[in-house]
Design a protein around this ligand. Structure first.
Ligand code: TYD
Length: 140
């Protein structure tokens, strides 16, 4: 499944008769240095969250348990991505407006980020997002 301008990376599973093990290393399995990790879980039914893009932060999303969907919008194209495997990593670029939804009850969505938390790095207004990114994406 190809995304707008990001991508799904499949990581291999180091499994044996004890079970599975997956590994993600900075600059090897994700294309940035990981400075922050957070996870979203026990999400209530019907909740949709996110609704933002970033100026600088790149992120990698992994549904380590359960599943959820991600709505992506890079100001030109929109796409829906299903995260339903601990081996699927979705890379989000700063210009990917994203919304997360359809969380299964058991979903644990792990997020690896390239920057420390900074509320100034968020673009939470959709019109501002279009202003910042629609031109730059067309020029690419
Ligand atoms: P929020 O940005 O609202 O989550 P979402 O975009 O998924 O809806 O984050 C919820 C709260 O957590 C908000 O008060 C900001 C805070 N927060 C941090 O302090 N550090 C972080 O790394 C993140 C992601 C959020």
């Amino acid at each position: 499944m190809k995304t707008v301008n990001s991508g799904i990376i499949e990581i291999s599973t180091l499994g044996d008769n004890r079970g599975n093990l997956s590994v993600i290393e900075s600059l090897i399995h994700v294309p940035f240095e990981i400075k922050r990790v957070f996870y979203i879980y026990a999400t209530k039914e019907g909740v949709r969250r996110g609704f933002h893009a970033h100026h600088k932060t790149r992120q990698a999303l992994i549904s380590v348990a359960g599943s959820c969907k991600i709505h992506l919008d890079n100001a030109i194209r929109k796409e829906e991505v299903l995260l339903d495997s601990p081996n699927k990593i979705l890379i989000l670029e700063p210009n990917d407006w994203h919304e997360m939804y359809d969380f299964s009850n058991d979903c644990v969505l792990l997020v690896l980020a390239s920057e420390l938390y900074d509320s100034e790095d968020y673009i939470r207004d959709y019109d501002e997002f279009l202003k910042v990114y629609s031109k730059s994406v067309q020029e690419v």
